[in-house]
Design a protein around this ligand. Structure first.
Ligand SMILES: [Zn+2]
Length: 211
């Protein structure tokens, strides 16, 4: 199937890269005290991805880690079409009690297709397609996410290895592919509701998530 001509930059898989810390600042939150860290790539360009860091992660092993993909509708607007915000808040709650932990917040909206196409995918889902079918119908792979940048950010923070809070085995493989050892997987379960039941079922049945 040909790619839509409007395929945006957000939909292109990112190349592996090395990154450097650009800036870090305190981020007190209602969950606890964190830091927010931004990065530049090898050409000096700033990244949109950020890390939310608890404590001193440098030189540590098995750092509790969540790699979260941006979900504007869920994270910001509290959409009940998915469980992204619940997972993010659960990670923030858990990590606020840890000595050291990190959330990598990747701006890979809609599994990498971008917000404009994600809204189109939602419209298709209203016609009966599931999330995977909708992405494929739009000419995208079911999941375009790449974890090269996440791995590079973890390395720049000095994280030696991670204990990954995820239900998604592809995230583990994604980080390992780029040289980040994953010592442990910690499940991050949310409760299915009326609006996201099918979404969660698709994640389980078609995307290999352990739900
Ligand atoms: Zn979401």
């Amino acid at each position: 199937m040909p790619l839509p001509h409007s395929l945006g930059a957000a939909a292109r898989p990112r190349p592996v890269r090395t990154v450097e810390i650009f800036a870090r600042a305190k981020l007190p939150s209602r969950f606890g005290d964190f830091e927010i860290v931004s990065f530049t790539d090898e050409r000096g360009a700033t990244l949109d991805d950020v890390a939310i860091v608890r404590g001193d992660v440098a030189g540590r092993e098995s750092v509790p880690t969540r790699v979260h993909s941006e979900c504007l509708t869920g994270d910001v607007f509290g959409s009940m079409r998915c469980d992204c915000r619940e997972q993010l808040e659960l990670a923030l709650e858990r990590f606020a009690t840890e000595e050291a932990a990190v959330i990598i917040y990747m701006r890979q909206e809609g599994r990498g297709i971008g917000i404009a196409h994600k809204v189109r995918a939602y419209a298709l889902q209203e016609q009966g397609l599931d999330t995977v079918e909708a992405n494929i119908h739009l000419g995208f792979d079911s999941d375009l996410r790449d974890y090269g940048a996440a791995a590079a950010m973890l390395r720049a923070l000095g994280v030696v290895s991670v204990g990954l809070h995820t239900n998604n085995l592809e995230k583990i493989a994604g980080l390992q592919k780029y040289g980040v050892p994953v010592t442990e997987r910690i499940s991050i379960q949310s409760v299915p509701g009326e609006h996201n039941e099918r979404y969660l079922a698709t994640k389980r049945e078609k995307c290999g998530h352990l739900l």
